[in-house]
Design a protein around this ligand. Structure first.
Ligand code: SF4
Ligand code: SF4
Length: 297
């Protein structure tokens, strides 16, 4: 049975595709977006999150850790992440859920067990959304999940940065009702802001378009980072050239990623600015007028 690393299964989501969705978050992403709001999705293997403020300093975790990675400092737990092997033994004994293991290996059947429980809420257009992280980075697992859901008549959406092998993306297409495909920055800024060039991504979007897939182009809008004329013109150009793009969704920046980075001991990102409603409305108007496609945020 195919398995993969999952860091969350979020039930009753209304933000990632039509209707009520069960979102399956696959762990691991090859991109490093400057504004990433899902730091748990970056690494491909399990990690230990530490919600330090919950700690009561009981010391149970220190005794459980065979790597000597934990200590109590000023009444609260401290992790030496250079020693931690993410075994999760500390999380098992922590009474306050200060320490949590993020990510676990799951089979398709195990994921589907949760998805099936939500089926009653899906109605006509809800279903499962495979997201991450980057689903194409666990392509075999993502495909097996999509096939399993489709076999049971459950609608499937895939949220992707588009960065992956073209054949993996095309293999998913027959089993997906909707792709939430990211467009993150102008071609000039793409490598600087996400860590990768957009060449493969644009190629993959074009290839997906030829399959007759249904796509919502999702564009993060981060004031002080990616919003510029080059980005807006790219959104318009791609939308005009790709019949598969049915709608364009602007995704205003929110700062929740900062806290998530901190609990995983990752370097704090810069705090960006959420664009004003007025400037988003201006962008919506320009994109709709020039692309002829419905744009919203
Ligand atoms: S995950 Fe394992 S190695 Fe890491 S701190 Fe906890 S018990 Fe120690
Ligand atoms: S077991 Fe939990 S509450 Fe107790 S010291 Fe460790 S992290 Fe803090």
């Amino acid at each position: 049975m195919t398995s993969g690393c999952v860091f969350n299964i979020q039930r009753f989501s209304t933000d990632d595709g039509a209707g009520i969705r069960t979102c399956v978050f696959l762990k691991g992403c090859p991109l490093r977006c400057a504004w990433c709001h899902n730091a748990e999705g970056l690494s491909f293997s399990p990690e230990i999150a530490c919600y330090e403020r919950n700690c009561i300093g009981c010391g149970a975790c220190v005794l459980a850790c065979e790597q000597n990675a934990l200590s109590i400092e000023n009444g609260r737990v401290a992790i030496d992440r250079t020693k931690c092997i993410s075994c999760g033994k500390c999380a098992q004994v922590c009474p306050t859920e200060t320490l949590l293991k993020i990510g676990k290996n799951m089979t398709v059947d195990e994921v589907m067990h949760t998805v099936r429980r939500d089926r009653i809420f899906y109605g006509d257009n809800g279903g499962m959304t495979i997201t991450g992280g980057e689903p194409l980075a666990q392509a075999k697992f993502a495909l097996s999940l999509a096939k399993a859901a489709k076999k049971e008549g459950i609608s499937v959406a895939v949220e992707t940065s588009g960065h992956g092998k073209t054949e993996d993306l095309l293999a998913l297409a027959p089993f997906c009702d909707l792709f939430l495909f990211d467009c993150k920055a102008s071609s000039n800024d793409h490598k600087k802001l996400t860590g990768v060039s957009d060449k493969v991504i644009v190629k993959n979007l074009n290839a997906l378009g030829e399959t007759g897939a249904s796509v919502i182009l999702r564009c993060p809008m981060i004031e002080g980072a990616n919003i510029n004329d080059g980005f807006v013109q790219k959104i318009i150009k791609l939308s005009m050239a790709t019949a598969a793009i049915k709608k364009i969704q602007l995704m205003p920046y929110h700062a929740t990623g900062l806290d998530k980075s901190a609990i995983l001991g990752k370097t704090q990102q810069r705090r960006y600015v959420t664009p004003s409603e007025e400037s988003l409305l201006r962008l919506v108007k320009e994109i709709e007028l020039k692309s002829g496609k419905h744009c919203f945020f």
